[in-house]
Design a protein around this ligand. Structure first.
Ligand code: 9YT
Length: 128
């Protein structure tokens, strides 16, 4: 069994900070669970272009408020209790509204290693 706390993970290299978000990767590929688990904060009043061409992701909103716009498709509101599921590698824009920083629980399949950063197309490479 593995037990970790958000506080101890936040104080380690598991915390990754980008321009519009920060993420604490609590469970990674080397834990051999077949998925990774992250607590991600989307900074208020931001837009992030994301296109996980190599991964599936589910995202549960725990706090804050915003929206997700699927490129070429619909825009869905996000509030606490909303789960969005990127089952088609959906390219999207993720927005957190002003003063509404969003805290999300994210699951990735396949798991990420922890070193990935979004490239200019909002993609994470697949790392073997
Ligand atoms: C919701 C989302 O995908 N945000 C980008 C960061 C990602 N969750 C990560 O790398 O932890």
């Amino acid at each position: 069994m593995i037990v970790r706390t958000l506080d101890e993970c936040r104080d380690s290299e598991r915390r990754v900070v980008a321009e519009t978000w920060e993420s604490v990767r609590m469970l990674l590929k080397d834990d051999n669970m077949g998925f990774s688990f992250h607590i991600t904060t989307i900074f208020e009043n931001t837009e992030t272009h994301i296109h996980y061409q190599n991964h599936l992701e589910s995202v549960f909103c725990m706090s804050g408020e915003g929206e997700i716009e699927v490129v070429g498709g619909e825009t869905y509101p996000i509030k606490p209790g909303t789960l969005y599921i990127l089952d088609k590698h959906d390219e999207h824009y993720l927005r957190a509204y002003k003063d509404k920083e969003m805290v999300m629980a994210c699951v990735f399949n396949p798991p990420i290693t922890g070193q990935e950063v979004h490239d200019e197309n909002g993609v994470y490479p697949l790392v073997d």
